[in-house]
Design a binder for this molecule. Structure first.
Ligand code: ADP
Ligand code: MG
Length: 612
């Protein structure tokens, strides 16, 4: 409570700052902190959420600044049109640059950002109509409803309004369907693809949004300074922006504010202190920043914001719990979640046909010309010793790995479609959902949100908004109905697998057995007709296994088809209608559980002692 009152008083003071007899110098510093925060917010999204490092954000600040400066000087356009034009130019440039550089991996991406950061800088400095290295002056002030924002004191509110809007919008975005896909980029891209997320497209979205934030900062800067030149948009500035985001903490929108504030104040202080200490002039503060970064990377990799939160926590404040909005408290578990549902195919029709599927890793034949069928409403067990090729078979069926030969068709008889050449996200769209043998969750995200990621492709009846509309709806929080439906659907599946009490726990805090159940719930949230489960019962306790078996039987009763890899023989024998047995990549048997249990080749394979 005390902390909240303090924060409120602080916020009120900040709003009133320009009205108080505050020194001009404070206002200037505060304005710069605001401008830098906007850029750092983009980096929180790009680096902290998307896992991509950019040294080139300053160039986008420059695009925003130069666009409005040039249109104002040349055509006398209003600053507001300059803002729109800056956004358009930045979006097009970022889309183009992003389409090329976002494909780069490892160290090539940061190097790529340095390259375009430098090229835009030299472009500003060498183009005649942009004033070359002298830049442009005499930029008009922004006017709002007859009010001319011609002093720093008046610009203060507009700058901080932009910062507040960006922070709220970004927060809204991150806790939404498209935002969850963005949060999966770092450390969960392969899994997200299996849930239907087009990660390459999401990466570019993130890149464009970060660039737009930088461009907005540039627009404000141009009308605050009333002049532009290339210097503040060079590589040095790009590095400083990255410093700010990393120092503050790229994991949180507050980290951007903290980092921008801290570095701006420190830089200002050091710039007056160091030359006096060391004599002569020079950018000595850069050395201190360098040392600070090294120290931080050693001691606090996630930046300072998490440390601040821990301190506040120790002082008795509560950590804010990131709860997704939209879930009505105590929402009942009904399947009437308002989302589209797939019709289950007619019981007994052929749903999956694997013909001569083959996968070679160099000389190793992991899957050796395997053929089998699966019919609608059937549970088929795929068993075999460790290393037999079961998971590889799953990866061929789900588009994670390309097959070296053979074909896989999916769909009831007449409408069967070849799937072994489709990417993972196209296969889940057809109604095949999977779990992973090595659990792939987003440990920081709540159980509920992890599950909701499975519903990424599902829409409310009739609703087909495009990507842009989806993003805008999330930022403006117009997506309430969609979010509620999606979280409701996730909630229903979590209750089904027995995790209904753990909705807001971070997935990483769950026991391994519960994490496997969470994977099952996420797969169910895809609304599949075929469920591929890779060792779902490993690590589960006896009761949990019984509950899982009961759930799978109920699902089969509802018309679900299931292919399951499982090591627990009692579990799989009681559950499966039919079994396919693999050893060293080849199929050695197929039949009813009783036949398999009596099959000499199978007994040999299992008693051979390769497996557990
Ligand atoms: P299972 O799931 O039946 O235990 P896997 O499908 O995981 O078996 O592995 C089958 C064989 O293929 C193993 O020998 C494994 O080492 C090999 N293998 C699996 N994935 C790869 C890969 N990406 N690259 C090379 N070898 C692989
Ligand atoms: Mg396996």
């Amino acid at each position: 409570m005390k902390g909240q009152r303090f924060l409120l008083a602080f916020a009120a003071l900040m709003v009133a700052l320009p009205l108080l007899p505050s020194p001009e110098y404070w206002i200037t510093l505060a304005n710069y902190i605001g401008l830098y925060t906007l850029v750092a917010l983009g980096l929180v999204l790009l680096t902290g959420i998307g896992g991509m490092t950019s040294f080139g954000q300053a160039a986008f600040v420059g695009l925003g600044a130069y666009a409005t400066a040039w249109l104002g000087a040349r055509y006398g356009l209003s600053p507001w049109l300059g803002l729109l034009a800056g956004w358009c130019i930045t979006a097009v440039a970022a889309y183009g640059i992003g389409s090329i550089t976002m494909r780069l991996s490892g160290h090539y991406l940061p190097l790529g950002t340095i390259a375009w950061g430098l090229s835009l800088f030299y472009l500003f400095g060498n183009v005649d109509f942009l004033g070359k290295y002298d830049g442009m002056t005499g930029i008009a002030p922004i006017g709002i409803a007859g009010l001319r924002l011609d002093t720093g004191r008046k610009m203060y509110w507009l700058i901080w309004l932009a910062v507040a809007t960006a922070m709220i919008g970004l927060h809204n975005l991150l806790y939404s369907r498209p935002g969850r896909a963005m949060r999966a980029l770092k450390g969960g891209a392969g899994m997200a693809e299996a849930m239907g997320v087009d990660t390459a497209a999401v990466r570019i979205q993130v890149f464009v949004i970060a660039a737009l934030l930088a461009s907005t900062s540039g627009w404000l800067y141009a009308h605050l300074q009333r002049a532009v030149n290339p210097t503040p948009f060079g590589l040095n500035a790009g590095i400083e922006y990255l410093f700010m985001a990393v120092v503050g903490g790229v994991g949180s929108v507050w980290g951007a504010l903290l980092g921008a504030g801290l570095l701006t104040l420190m830089k200002d202080y050091l710039q007056s202190l160091l030359p006096r200490l060391l004599g002569g002039s020079g950018n000595y503060e850069v050395i201190v920043f360098g040392i600070l970064i090294v120290f931080l990377l050693q001691r606090a990799r996630d930046g300072l914001w998490p440390l601040v939160m821990r301190l506040a926590h120790r002082r008795g404040g509560r950590l804010p719990v990131a709860q997704s909005p939209g879930l009505a408290p105590g929402a009942a578990a009904t399947p009437q979640d308002g989302l589209s549902h797939r019709e289950k195919p007619l019981h007994g029709t052929r749903l999956l046909a694997v013909e001569g599927a083959r996968k070679q890793f160099g000389g190793l034949v992991a899957v050796n010309d395997i053929s089998f069928d699966l019919r609608a409403g059937e549970i088929v067990g795929l068993i075999g010793p460790n290393g037999a090729g079961k998971s590889t078979m799953f990866n061929l069926m789900t588009g994670v790995l390309p097959a070296s030969g053979g074909s896989i068709h999916f769909g009831s008889d007449a409408g069967a479609q070849r799937i072994d050449r489709l990417p993972a996200r196209a296969i889940v769209r057809l109604g095949i959902a999977r779990t992973f043998q090595h659990v792939r969750l987003l440990p920081q995200m709540t159980v509920l949100e992890n599950t909701a990621l499975g519903g990424h492709l599902r829409r409310r009846h009739g609703a087909q908004p495009g990507r842009l509309a989806s993003l805008a709806g999330a930022v403006l929080r117009l997506n309430g109905a969609e979010e509620a439906a999606l979280l409701q659907a996730a909630h229903v599946q979590l209750q089904r697998v027995g995790l209904g009490e753990l909705l807001y726990a971070p997935a990483g805090s769950l026991a391994l057995g519960q994490q496997r159940l969470l994977e099952v719930a996420r797969a169910l949230c895809c609304d599949p007709v075929l469920l591929l489960l890779d060792e779902p019962a490993a690590g589960l306790r006896y009761q949990e296994k019984q509950a899982l078996a009961a759930l799978l039987q109920r699902l089969r009763g509802d018309g679900m088809s299931i292919l399951i890899v499982e090591h627990d023989m009692d579990f799989v024998m009681q559950l499966a209608d039919r079994l396919v047995v693999m050893e060293f990549g080849s199929k050695i048997a197929e039949g009813l559980p009783a036949q398999i249990q009596a099959n000499p080749a199978v007994l040999e394979a299992y008693l051979g002692g390769i497996d557990e």
